[in-house]
Design a protein. Structure first.
Length: 132
């Protein structure tokens, strides 16, 4: 599957409605971004079951700010709507494949909820969520 350009209007829906979503935050003036682009495109062709999104940080400044992007390229991975990986820098093909393998094998039901140290869904109200 080819890569998909994401915007603020499509970002959340793409992340929540697909099992695995990888997102490349990039800019046209960024040399490492241009080096990573063919690696990312090749991986998207090899893994049609995964959504490979791209966010142009120049055109989508608010989205990049909301995602707290401070360096590009930055790769984020979401599984079952949860952020499970975020790392700046252009990855070589082998490292990208390792990320894909790790995310694919991840059981998100075992993720720890922020603040309370217990395993379980991260999006429900519970101890440490700030909701009584």
């Amino acid at each position: 599957m080819p890569t998909t350009d994401l915007e603020a209007a499509t970002f959340e829906q793409t992340v929540t409605e697909n099992e695995i979503v990888l997102i490349d935050f990039w800019a046209s003036w960024c040399g490492p971004c241009r080096q990573f682009a063919p690696v990312y495109e090749q991986a998207s062709q090899a893994h049609p079951e995964i959504v490979f999104g791209k966010v142009d940080t120049e055109a989508q400044r608010e989205l990049a700010a909301a995602a707290q992007i401070t360096s590009i390229p930055t790769l984020m991975a979401f599984k079952d709507g949860k952020l499970v990986f975020s790392q700046p820098g252009a990855l070589p093909a082998q490292a990208l494949q390792q990320v894909i393998d790790a995310v694919s094998g991840l059981d998100t039901s075992q993720l720890v909820r922020p603040g309370d140290g217990t395993a379980g869904p991260t999006d429900d109200a519970g101890p440490g969520s700030g909701t009584p």
